[in-house]
Design a protein around this ligand. Structure first.
Ligand SMILES: Cc1cc2nc3c(=O)[nH]c(=O)nc-3n(C[C@H](O)[C@H](O)[C@H](O)COP(=O)(O)O)c2cc1C
Length: 253
């Protein structure tokens, strides 16, 4: 089957889940990693016979605002679409509903939806190492259900509320860089919003930063940590959700 994959994945967990769906469905076609800032400037043309797989991390119970804006530019031609929301062991709230609404409004038909657990961007003490082998196996089984819906024309309903959870204005903050920084430019080159200065990777535009933690994960010398103001929030998450194992949920009806 021909396919097209579109995902945003600053710390790689969404990418892992999307790739598993793609591979399990045996899709052939391009996977667009829209974490790459330049790729988001172009909107790919979706052909009639393509199965579309869309994946987003959950940020505050929603999909990231920049990915929402991107998805709203897509045009479908009645395509079957699989949507994946990847979240860090707390909750996915309105993320799947939001994606389903966007797809439906643009002429697509959601044939499968999944809320998958991914290691929390802020701490490996929250769902560390996930999605793991067990999760990937379940995603593989989910793909069999998607195939059935593709054959039989089924659509799905997903949980969530209207209006969606409100996006709160963000306090400007960003990564802090230690003396270990070797100015390799990896962070500046891979920041999804271009918030890190290429000339000096220690300089960050905190108003642009979306707190995705990509620079912290990608730094080869661990020179970056995030603004300590998030520590109490992260400690609270670890206290409340660190010891539980949530399981992925799949929506095929
Ligand atoms: C700004 C921000 C907000 C987040 N909000 C939530 C949330 O509301 N619920 C949750 O369970 N996880 C939340 N997470 C964790 C991510 O959803 C999770 O780590 C996901 O696997 C990240 O995807 P990625 O690896 O593709 O970047 C948040 C992460 C970030 C950076």
């Amino acid at each position: 089957m021909k396919g097209i994959g579109l995902f945003f994945s600053p710390t790689g967990t969404t990418k892992k889940a999307v790739m598993k769906v793609y591979e399990s469905l045996g899709l052939e076609g391009i996977l667009y990693d829209l974490t790459e800032v330049n790729l988001r400037n172009e909107i790919p043309r979706i052909e009639e016979n393509e199965v579309v797989v869309i994946g987003a991390p959950v940020y505050s119970g929603r999909i990231p605002a920049l990915f929402e804006a991107y998805l709203k530019q897509l045009v479908f031609k009645g395509n079957p679409v699989v949507i994946l929301g990847v979240y860090g062991n707390r909750a996915f709230e309105d993320a799947l509903l939001e994606m389903k609404d966007i797809v439906g409004a643009a002429g697509g038909r959601v044939v499968g939806a999944a809320a998958v657990i991914g290691e929390h961007s802020y701490s490996p003490l929250l769902a560390g190492g996930r999605p793991d082998e067990e999760d990937l196996k379940k995603i593989g089984d989910f793909a069999r259900g998607v195939e059935r819906n593709l054959r039989e024309g089924g659509g799905v309903s997903v949980p969530g509320n209207h209006p969606y959870r409100e996006r709160k204005p963000r306090t400007p903050m960003g990564p802090v860089t230690s003396e270990a920084c070797i100015q390799c430019k990896l962070c500046a080159n891979s920041c999804p919003v271009g918030a890190i200065a290429y000339e000096d990777c220690r300089l960050v535009d905190e108003t642009r930063c979306i707190s995705c933690q990509r620079c912290i994960h990608i730094c080869p010398v661990e020179a970056k940590v995030f603004d300590a103001r998030v520590n109490p929030m992260v400690a609270g998450l670890i206290r409340d959700y660190g010891a539980i194992r949530r399981e992925p949920e799949f929506f095929l009806e």
